[in-house]
Design a protein around this ligand. Structure first.
Ligand code: GMT
Length: 377
């Protein structure tokens, strides 16, 4: 199949899922054409069957606002025609789904049909998509997609209720390549971070308010009172400076390492003990899955799709939003009971392997593509 994929190229789960999907599809022999304004950050190294089409923006003094969504439409039209695409799969509705629908209309005028599949990821449905500046367009472009998928059952329900839609939606969860995401030798890193045998907690995110990074710091502050430990903060974003300030104020900054954006997450997870994700909203929680695949029990909030991923009392623990005391108690309990910890660690890896293996999930996407091409939703 010839598949076009549009996504955000920057850090953030939707772009990661889209890129990993493209890589897996290319490995299976499909031709995958990424269409975006920059090379997706996980698209590193040369890969057969993968092509990148950069969307250029017009440089004209009259245009004071960003016309990306229109330029994207034009690029989609070109790539569909000249690379003979079967499917245009867009990740994150805004603005990708409406750009794609416009491209479809233009192509239809020329007698060329193209199927549009929209994968909804999270805040396109739960937050920014509901803003009055976006809602009518998001609703329309979802409704007009030939196929719609969500990354959790939670997000399917939210899509139907928030937008008052009555359309079939396929739930296809996120996935990991279980050969790449597995525990490796993390002893060198661990020796650097925790030279005195301290426990290592890790958080990965875009440091947006929705991730509640200050709760990560508060939780860690509680944990280190009883358990010698270090906190590794991976990622960057608007709340990083405030998190660093809080660490200085609490006088724990020497036990917290802010790494910024990183690409070698499996190495970092392999040198860590527990993953923290106290988010305000999370339709799936991809970083938690990646950590679990590396054998880290996850301590997450109870929101959104997280309970579909993290099994309370088995692969980790789930707490109410903002309940940092409870999250800290769970962490201390796991870190101080090695046998229990080992059971949770094994269960976390097993859950990733059994339920979220790329081999199985990418096959679901392929089957769904076939269905949509047959005109079924
Ligand atoms: O909705 C977002 O915040 C954007 C998106 C992203 O690009 O980071 O994140 C969402 O998609 C991820 C991949 O499917 C999910 O793992 C995240 O849970 C989800 N984020 C939220 O729902 C806040």
């Amino acid at each position: 199949m010839n598949i076009g994929i549009t996504c955000y190229p920057t850090y953030g789960g939707s772009g990661v899922v889209a890129t990993e999907l493209g890589k897996e599809l290319a490995t299976r022999g499909h031709n995958v054409h990424f269409i975006s304004y920059a090379l997706p950050f996980r698209l590193n190294g040369f890969r057969q069957n993968i092509y990148f089409h950069e969307v250029e923006l017009p440089d004209y003094p009259l245009f004071e606002v960003d016309l990306y969504s229109l330029s994207l439409t034009s690029k989609m039209v070109d790539v569909v025609l000249y690379d003979d695409l079967d499917i245009l799969h867009v990740h994150y509705a805004i603005p990708h789904a409406s750009s794609a629908y416009m491209a479809k209309l233009i192509l239809n005028e020329q007698g060329r049909d193209i199927k549009i599949i929209t994968t909804l990821h999270g805040t396109d449905i739960t937050l920014i998509g509901l803003d009055p500046t976006m809602l009518p367009l998001v609703r329309f472009s979802i409704d007009k997609s030939d196929g719609i998928t969500t990354v959790s059952r939670f997000l399917r329900e939210k899509t139907l209720t928030n937008f008052n839609l009555d359309v079939p939606i396929e739930v296809i969860p996120n996935f990991v390549n279980i050969e790449e995401w597995k525990r490796q030798d993390g002893s060198c890193l661990r020796a650097q971070w925790a030279p005195n045998g301290e426990k290592v907690l890790v958080h990965v995110s875009t440091f947006r308010p929705v991730k509640r990074v200050l709760d990560v710091v508060r939780t860690f502050d509680q944990i280190r009172k009883t358990t010698p430990s270090k906190l590794i903060m991976v990622g960057d974003g608007p709340d990083r400076a405030e998190a660093e300030r809080m660490c200085r104020e609490l006088d724990i900054i020497n036990d917290v390492i802010f790494l910024g954006k990183q690409t070698c997450l499996a190495e970092i997870f392999s040198a860590s003990d527990l993953f923290l994700m106290p988010s305000q909203s999370e339709s799936f929680g991809l970083s938690a899955l990646e950590a679990m695949a590396c054998g880290l029990p996850a301590l997450t909030s109870s929101v959104g799709g997280l309970p579909e991923l993290n099994l309370h009392g088995t692969t980790g623990y789930i707490c109410e939003i903002g309940d940092t005391d409870r999250m800290a108690r769970y962490a201390i309990d796991l870190l101080s009971h090695p046998k229990k910890y080992a059971q949770f660690s094994t269960a976390a890896r097993e859950r990733a392997v059994k339920n979220f293996d790329a081999v199985d999930i990418v096959a679901k996407y392929e089957a769904y593509y076939e269905r949509v091409l047959r005109g079924e939703k």
